[in-house]
Design a protein around this ligand. Structure first.
Ligand SMILES: Nc1ncnc2c1ncn2[C@@H]1O[C@H](COP(=O)(O)OP(=O)(O)O)[C@@H](O)[C@H]1O
Ligand SMILES: [Mg+2]
Length: 268
């Protein structure tokens, strides 16, 4: 690094090694007078799991919303690879591979797991009546590819036995898995998870951690907001700590939890 570059040491944690797949710069979110996120910057490289922790009301969910596009950033920039996605709608970001999981809806309950996966696949609208009439062969090939992908995702998460179950028949933990699997149907580059362990039985959290580590190893970047520190410890490569809308510490879990500022933020 040349002498002129040293002045530009980023005030935020950037992954070592490969170029970041997601880069968040100075993002702010406000609700009326409330500054929920106040100039947060971070980056994730492919294959990395970054945890965001901090006390209730710190701005973690708002930050995730600003990255996914569900919440408007009043300032700052969100970049996916070399694309500036700051002003894009959530579905546009999702099409580029930046995806956030959502709690399941009633529609989810009325479909089988397999149907849920197939309908989340990108370009599912290709099965419209017009497409079937105009391009019957292409539509059939596409359908077969989507079905194959659904089976491979089910196998990966050891969920093939649930393929024909209706969403309403699943346990809380299985629902969480299907929410993540639905995102994976669309081959995301970055996955945003907001407290995915909520509702997961304690004996299954270990499996979910292993599954998430497995998909990250294949090159996916994961940004996860998680309350349970033991989960963060086992799952995340690096951790960002937020309080009052700002990053107050960042680094390896062991280092970050020793930080006096972090300890007082959690105790206050
Ligand atoms: N839709 C909203 N309207 C108004 N205030 C909100 C809204 N969502 C969150 N807030 C406020 O923004 C702050 C950050 O909230 P949030 O992002 O949910 O934090 P966290 O996920 O860390 O608990 C809190 O003060 C919260 O009350
Ligand atoms: Mg939250």
């Amino acid at each position: 690094m040349g002498p002129e570059a040293s002045a530009a040491t980023p005030p935020f944690p950037m992954p070592a090694g490969s170029a970041p797949i997601l880069e968040v710069s100075e993002v702010a979110v406000g609700y009326g007078g409330v500054r929920a996120v106040d100039g947060v910057s971070l980056g994730i490289s492919p294959g990395e799991v970054l945890g965001v922790i901090g006390p209730n009301g710190a701005g973690k969910s708002s930050l995730l919303g600003a990255i996914g596009g569900q919440v408007r950033a009043s300032r700052g920039r969100v970049q996916l690879g070399d694309r500036d996605v700051t002003r894009m709608m959530p579905h546009q970001r999702a099409r580029l591979g930046l995806m956030r999981t959502f709690q399941t809806t009633s529609e989810f309950s009325r479909m089988t797991v397999f149907e849920n996966l197939v309908t989340s696949a990108e370009g599912n609208s290709g099965a419209s009546l017009a497409a079937v009439v105009l391009h019957p062969h292409r539509t059939a090939v596409r359908e077969r590819e989507v079905a194959e992908r659904a089976w491979s995702v089910l196998e990966r998460f050891e969920m093939t036995h649930t393929a024909d179950l209706y969403g309403r028949e699943l346990s809380g933990g299985q629902r969480r898995l299907v929410e993540i699997m639905r995102c994976l149907m669309r081959e995301p580059r970055v996955l945003l998870l907001d407290e995915p362990m909520v509702g997961v039985a304690p004996h299954l959290t270990g499996k979910l951690i292993d599954d998430l580590r497995g998909v990250a190893r294949e090159g996916l970047g994961i940004l996860i907001v998680e309350h349970a520190l033991e989960v963060v410890h086992r799952l995340c490569d690096r951790v960002v700590v937020m309080a009052f809308g700002k990053v107050i510490a960042a680094g390896a879990f062991e280092e970050v939890v020793k930080d006096p500022q972090v300890q007082s933020a959690y105790l206050s």
